[in-house]
Design a protein around this ligand. Structure first.
Ligand code: GUN
Length: 295
């Protein structure tokens, strides 16, 4: 069997089309323009490219966007002052501080400083708490995007054995929580593996759906999965540079071998990546609607 490719590019395109129409309607009917600010501290190449892609996508959808680039030696106070300014700015409905931050800045303090109503990343403890309770909130973008990919590809998650590799706050932990909830693309039996898991292969081999988010290139091989597994590869690992200076990317899953065994698989690039940015746009539109009493 060779797997069906779940194209994040195609699914993101469909969602962006829906969002563009929603943004146009918000403007025409209610004179509301969703606004997003992205704040980048330092010049990490991967972060620069993410933030640039976020601004570009916002612009393409008719979302007002500002990009704040701060030097790597920015103090915590300077960053908190910027956040405070945007918390009070009515044009801005969503605030995103690109992670990771330089080591001298306390990430928790920064994420806590963002108004939960503008926390379009879904990282503020208020939104994390609401997510766990299944209340309306901003869902973290990567897990939210993965739910959309599963749903729109017709993958049955109810009763499925879902195995997640990696316990990050951005992907693994929220993903596990969302998939066990009574919701669309939920109702799964979830196992979360991490660096201290005793026999990871035991778990991956029995997974109906395997979600890899560990940041190790080509870690998961064909002999570690069962026939017919659905593979969601969150890894975006830079493994080299092309002659034209573009980063060569690899996922956490050895795509070439595993695709022969899987029923569905996401590629890298062109899989989860485009979905993350798209769900950020969806959250920004949701923030604008909530702020203006339309939701
Ligand atoms: N760094 C890697 N992924 C993310 C994300 O989803 N949001 C933010 N703010 N930073 C990130």
């Amino acid at each position: 069997m060779s797997a069906k490719i779940i194209s994040g590019v195609e699914i993101a395109k469909a969602i962006r089309k829906e969002l563009k129409e929603e943004v146009e309607e918000l403007k025409a009917k209610h004179n509301v323009v969703p606004g997003l600010v992205t704040i980048l501290v330092g010049e990490d190449p991967a972060s620069v490219s993410y933030v640039t892609a976020k601004s570009k996508t916002a612009h393409a959808l008719g979302i007002y966007s500002e990009q704040v680039d701060m030097s790597a030696d920015t103090t915590e106070k300077e960053l908190l002052d910027q956040i405070d300014k945007f918390n009070k700015d009515n044009k801005i409905h969503g605030i995103l501080v690109q992670l990771p931050l330089p080591k001298h800045i306390d990430e928790g303090k920064v994420l806590y400083a963002i108004d939960p109503d503008k926390d379009v990343d879904g990282f503020h403890p208020v939104n994390v708490g609401k997510m766990v309770l299944g209340e309306r909130c901003f869902l973290p973008c990567t897990p939210h995007g993965i739910l959309q990919m599963l749903q729109r590809s017709g993958v049955e998650t109810s009763g499925a054995e879902v195995v997640i590799l990696g316990r990050s706050n951005i992907v693994g932990k929220p993903m596990a929580n969302l998939m066990l909830q009574k919701r669309a693309a939920g109702n799964a039996t979830v196992t979360l593996c991490h660096t201290r898991t005793k026999d990871t292969d035991f778990h991956t081999k029995r997974a109906d759906i395997l979600i890899a988010a560990v940041g190790v290139p080509n870690l998961v091989k064909a002999d570690q999965v069962k026939e017919g597994v659905v593979i969601i590869d969150v890894g975006v690992n830079r493994v080299g540079m092309s002659e034209s200076g573009k980063a060569i990317l690899a996922g956490d899953v050895d795509f070439e071998s595993v695709k022969e065994k899987a029923s569905f698989i996401t590629p890298v690039p062109g899989g989860v990546g485009p979905m993350t940015i798209t769900m950020l746009m969806k959250n920004t539109v949701q923030a604008a609607k909530q702020a203006t009493g339309l939701l």
